[in-house]
Ligand binder design. Structure first.
Ligand SMILES: Cc1ncc(COP(=O)(O)O)c(C=O)c1O
Length: 463
């Protein structure tokens, strides 16, 4: 598409959408007087809407997903070839692309061993929670069943995943939640002044120690797992403070607690390594991933475990309950792994991990330059092509800007033809962080265009 799109051809689609589609995370009242946006086509970093307007997508499909960019014919071909050969068979049997992708994935995850397929990030996390519960029953008389999760982290939309949800605005009105999920404090150094007792120095170790305090208060023999995002995404693009992860790992080992890393956003290249946890020397027991695994060309999610975790589900073959008694119907779709194999090849052959590191540095440099110019930027954070800028009304107090103003920055960029994001219905009063996660193919010009748009928008919105 090149801007010559005929708007009239699609007016019936807009009306069908307005009449029948229930969009995700959207208040629909405005659509009574304005048109919903329909994205019609994509190529590389760009998408076109129903009016033929071109947008540079700085958020990879709005939710950090299209890592290799739009319009990849080789992925479409791989999916097509696989579908005509075999589209589906339930996961009790294997499939050719399923086995091959698992082997390639494990080769990039030293220490990990087994892949369980399903089809969304929420579902992958639910599987991990179920494994923790089953291990507790099989090995610890049901006692070691609690799952720790962190303030500001998100693990999905189902009631089980929301039970591990650290974003109170996401959770509001959806309770009651499942029992046995316990919250630990966040590790956002920029907001440590809001945390009782947080020190000036060694904040990372202190933040990890707060997890240990919760473990001791609950009783270590009741805690089965700790579930964390390597870099918190929708809760404000929170990169871990220095010293945090080594201490977290030590605490998990000390109390025999499984470490479950939620790589749904960071997984498959977003931060410039295959997985976010690989920046920090972490040795997880379970890793979940979804969005970037096939860059949105097919629905696929994986729960990956160590052999030691897997072993617990086959060490008593005479016990009729001694295996993971879980089903994922669409975990047997072969389009997912077929797309994931080609997605991984593209990342490798095009050197996209290195590009992510290089372009991520450029984006962070540009954002820091904007911070020098606009006092409303209180903090910038990021890892690879996963960056955020927190907007504050006053740098001394760090009070967040009203969220309508942060949304106005997003709307101004949209009017300029650049799609950026902002934390959305996540932490009450803290929906003030602009989010940037362009595809891993971004060029220096793309990065500069994104930050130029933000520069103009901040000038207009905050004058
Ligand atoms: C860190 C994290 N985990 C899990 C999920 C849930 O994934 P899905 O929407 O595929 O269920 C998300 C979605 O944004 C996420 O950001």
């Amino acid at each position: 598409m090149d801007g010559t799109f005929n708007e009239n051809d699609i007016s019936h689609v807009v009306e069908a959408d307005r009449a029948h589609i229930w969009h995700h995370l959207t208040q629909h009242k405005p659509y009574e007087t304005s048109d919903p946006r329909i994205i019609v086509e994509g190529k590389g970093m760009k998408v076109w809407d129903q009016k033929g307007k071109e947008h540079l997508d700085a958020v990879s499909g709005a939710v950090w997903t299209v890592n290799v960019g739009y319009g990849r014919e080789s992925i479409a071909d791989a999916i097509r070839d696989q579908l005509v050969k075999l589209n589906y068979f339930a996961g009790a049997a294997g499939s050719v692309p399923g086995a091959i992708f698992a082997q390639k994935l494990i080769a990039r995850m030293p220490g990990m061993s087994r892949v369980y397929y399903c089809n969304s990030g929420s579902e992958a996390n639910e599987k991990a929670f179920k494994m923790v519960r089953q291990i507790a029953h099989a090995k610890y008389g049901g006692k070691k069943h609690k799952i720790l999760y962190r303030d500001r982290d998100y693990h999905g939309t189902t009631i089980g995943a929301l039970s591990a949800g650290g974003q109170d605005e996401r959770n509001a009105q959806y309770g009651p939640f499942a029992p046995g999920f316990v919250r630990v404090p966040h590790c956002l150094e920029y907001r440590k002044h809001e945390q009782d007792g947080a020190p000036e120095a060694n904040y990372g170790e202190w933040a990890a120690d707060q997890i240990e305090k919760v473990i001791l208060a609950e009783g270590p023999d009741t805690i089965g797992a700790l579930c964390l995002e390597p870099v918190t995404a929708g809760g404000g693009v929170i990169t871990p403070p220095e010293g945090y992860w080594p201490r977290v790992q030590e605490i998990c080992r000390k109390y025999d607690i499984l470490l479950h890393i939620d790589e749904v956003v960071c997984g498959i290249g977003r931060t410039g390594t295959w997985f976010g946890y690989q920046h920090y020397g972490i040795e997880p027991d379970m890793v979940t991933m979804a969005k970037g695994v096939a860059s949105g060309y097919a629905a696929i999610a994986c729960l990956v475990t160590t052999e030691a975790v897997f072993e617990k589900f086959k060490d008593q073959p005479d016990d009729h309950l001694n295996y993971f008694r879980d089903i994922s119907t669409f975990g047997g779709c072969t389009a997912g792994p077929a797309a994931a194999i080609e997605n991984m090849r593209i990342i490798e052959d095009e050197g996209l991990l290195q590009n992510t590191l290089t372009m991520g540095e450029r984006m962070m440099g540009n954002l820091h330059a904007l911070m020098d110019k606009h006092a409303v930027i209180g903090d910038v954070r990021g890892k690879g092509l996963f960056c955020g800028a927190e907007l504050v009304s006053d740098r001394a107090s760090r009070d967040p800007v009203p969220e309508k103003m942060a949304q106005a920055v997003v709307a101004d960029c949209m009017a300029q033809g650049v799609i950026i994001g902002v934390t959305n219905r996540s932490v009450p009063g803290r929906n003030n962080t602009l989010c940037f996660s362009p595809a891993l193919i971004a060029t220096p010009d793309d990065i500069d265009r994104i930050t130029d748009a933000v520069d103009g928008a901040l000038g207009r919105v905050f004058g």
